[in-house]
Design a protein around this ligand. Structure first.
Ligand SMILES: [Zn+2]
Ligand SMILES: [Zn+2]
Length: 263
């Protein structure tokens, strides 16, 4: 992997600004391209051939532009956090490593699964806190203005929430060693799962609800119920915290069957 960008001095304002612009553009353009392709290739296609898979058929006309605007602001903040993380890495404040043999190979999948668990736990409790009435109206309300969600809702957060969402990755790599590729895969999963969960189309097979492993994964039907019912289904990738804390919606099974029936 080409790591020459690590040799530049990002405390120089011009260099900082350059990398910030590169990161922000990459993050925002990636959001636009991935969301647009998902809408066209998955949502539009399933709407034609399996219409019951569509769980969020329409949303207010002005919603999409608002969501893209908030997502643009989120991308700027993610860009800043990205550069700060590179600077922290340069100064030796992170435990990111690039040499595959620096830790035993089993540590790669272990750190990946561990990071997913830590991220899930962090998100679930932060998310519940964001629903506290005193906090909700100032911060999380922006995301919940989209009751019927779409791919464009995936980055639509109040700036404070965007920072809270992004900060967990630098926090984790400052404490626990993580291979650079594991971190990049986690960042990709964050974006992809946000799109899948907000797209308003259920893509998971019907059988997953009965599968010992796959039943723990959150999909569009699960998160759609969070946007419609507010106080249920707080999870990010997995259902376990909702099940353990008894916050999973009672409507979930019926909605799941409705979206995936006859398969
Ligand atoms: Zn959401
Ligand atoms: Zn919420």
């Amino acid at each position: 992997m080409d790591l020459t960008f690590l040799q530049r001095d990002y405390t120089v304002p011009g260099t900082f600004l350059y990398l910030f612009c590169v990161f922000t553009v990459i993050i925002f353009v990636r959001y636009i391209i991935m969301s647009g392709l998902y809408q066209r290739w998955v949502y539009d296609r399933l709407a034609r051939i399996i219409p019951r898979r569509i769980i969020s058929p329409r949303y207010p006309k002005d919603q999409k532009m608002k969501e893209i605007m908030w997502s643009g602001i989120s991308s700027v903040l993610f860009g800043i956090i990205g550069v700060l993380m590179i600077m922290a890495w340069q100064k030796g404040y992170t435990a990111i490593y690039v040499d595959w043999v620096e830790y035993p190979l089993w540590y790669i999948p272990f750190s990946f699964v561990g990071a997913l668990f830590v991220h899930e736990t962090y998100y679930y409790w932060i998310h519940r806190w964001l629903h506290h009435p005193k906090i909700y109206k100032f911060v999380h309300r922006v995301h919940h203005e989209s009751v019927s969600t779409s791919v464009w809702t995936s980055f639509s957060f109040h700036p404070i929430e965007s920072v809270l969402q992004a900060i967990i990755i630098p926090l984790m790599v400052m404490i626990v060693p993580m291979h650079l590729s594991v971190m990049l895969v986690l960042l990709m999963i964050m974006t992809l799962s946000a799109i899948i969960n907000h797209a308003g189309v259920e893509i998971f097979p019907s059988s997953w609800r009965r599968n010992t492993v796959m039943k723990w994964f959150i999909g569009s039907t699960h998160h759609d119920l969070h946007h419609r019912r507010f106080t249920k289904n707080y999870g990010l990738y997995f259902t376990f915290w909702d099940i353990w804390m008894d916050t999973e919606s009672e409507e979930f099974d019926a909605r799941w069957i409705k979206a995936t029936e006859a398969e």
